[in-house]
Design a protein around this ligand. Structure first.
Ligand SMILES: *Cc1c(COP(=O)(O)O)cnc(C)c1O
Length: 363
């Protein structure tokens, strides 16, 4: 079976070498030397000021909302993984959806302005599939209305906008380092800030609000990354150049073989990280047919992201038509570093055959 993703694993020997250091030191968690090293190296690799490592990407979001004191209503996108929205609800914040733009697939600034009200305190955008949000327009809306901006950058590891990290936009950006992501620490995540006081505040927030020996200054939580997670991150970061090169190879293969009618438009100014390979069909029926014929040859695709989050059973509110339409027609093809040329041919052939047999045409 070929799955939509496959967690990247370093060699056992390499992980063992990093784990040996943990055993030698006897220090398993609480800002140990592996966590410190990973923080340092990620700060440099990503080209950002500060990285705060946390235990997963959902807590990264929750802690970011707390740090910025978001409350009341927060405007967000209905086209994402459920954690973007559920983390808001979990923090007692009401998500208000602004529909997405049909080309960027990200929250549409024009629609954000339409749903603002007196209780709105922030905007949570997602750089979905690593495709950047309209960061300037969002910043200007936030400034005019006194709102905070968080970017869920779970898909955007290594993405630059005009040669600068995309994570330098917004008040805070968050990352997920879950096993299925481009860069991972088994489970893990990070919060990124360019403010040094905010960096210290975040570090205290993820450690119970403890600010010194015998001192608890404010409400915090336990969201710390441990040393074994950091060790995996260090192994993967050693190999990140290779991983990204292989993913680019997979993307290039799909692009050369598949009809351009199902490809998403490229974005100007943003670099690509090939975290996912989404294709957009002209109808849900076409998607289901293609998905079935892929399944018959042993290929598992995923309907990322379906259903649209404005249909979540625990929410009520505005219907987002573009997001609902896109989520019915979009499918993520297998994308990971070790995907072989023969498997890629198998996937492309099955897709092409179904598309021509069933006269599935352009979206
Ligand atoms: C994976 C993901 C998350 C959640 O991250 P975890 O590390 O699994 O908690 C949040 N938002 C988006 C967009 C994601 O893809």
């Amino acid at each position: 079976m070929i799955n939509v993703t496959k967690a990247y694993l370093p060699s056992r020997e390499k992980y063992q070498r990093y784990v040996d250091r943990i055993f030698d030191s006897g220090w398993l968690t609480n800002d140990g030397s592996s966590t410190q090293e990973l923080e340092r190296r990620l700060t440099e690799y990503l080209g950002v000021r500060h990285v705060v490592l946390v235990s997963n990407g959902t807590l990264a979001l929750q802690v970011a909302y707390r740090a910025l004191e978001l409350k009341g209503d927060v405007v967000t996108t209905p086209f994402s993984f459920v954690a973007t929205t559920s983390s808001l609800v979990w923090e007692g914040i009401k998500p208000v959806f602004a529909d997405i733009h049909p080309e960027s697939l990200n929250i549409d600034p024009v629609k954000i302005e339409r749903v603002l009200n007196k209780s709105t305190t922030g905007i949570v955008g997602v750089h979905v599939y690593g495709r950047g949000c309209e960061v300037e327009a969002i910043q200007s809306i936030a400034q005019r209305n006194g709102l905070k901006v968080v970017y869920d950058g779970a898909h955007a590891f290594g993405v630059n906008y005009n040669s600068q990290s995309i994570f330098n936009w917004g008040d805070l950006s968050t990352l997920s380092f879950h096993a299925t992501k481009l860069f991972h620490t088994i489970e893990g995540g990070a919060i990124i800030t360019s403010s040094t006081p905010m960096y210290h505040k975040l570090r205290n927030l993820i450690n119970f609000g403890i600010t010194g020996p015998d001192r608890v200054e404010f409400l915090g939580i336990n969201a710390k990354m441990n040393e074994f997670q950091a060790a995996m991150g260090l192994c993967i970061l050693d190999e990140i150049g290779h991983i990204r090169k292989e993913r680019a190879r997979v993307a290039a293969h799909y692009e050369s073989q598949l009809p351009s009618s199902i490809m998403l438009m490229k974005q100007k100014g943003f670099s690509e990280n090939n975290s996912y390979f989404p294709v957009l069909f002209n109808s849900e029926e076409s998607l289901l047919q293609c998905r079935e014929s892929l399944r018959e040859v042993g290929v598992n695709t995923r309907r990322y992201f379906y259903p649209s989050l404005d249909t979540l059973p625990y929410l009520e509110g505005n219907e987002c038509r573009v997001s609902r339409d896109i989520s019915r027609r979009i499918l993520c093809l297998p994308m990971y570093a070790e995907l072989s040329e023969s498997h890629l041919d198998l996937i492309c052939d099955a897709l092409k055959k179904t598309m021509s047999a069933d006269k599935i045409s352009a979206s």
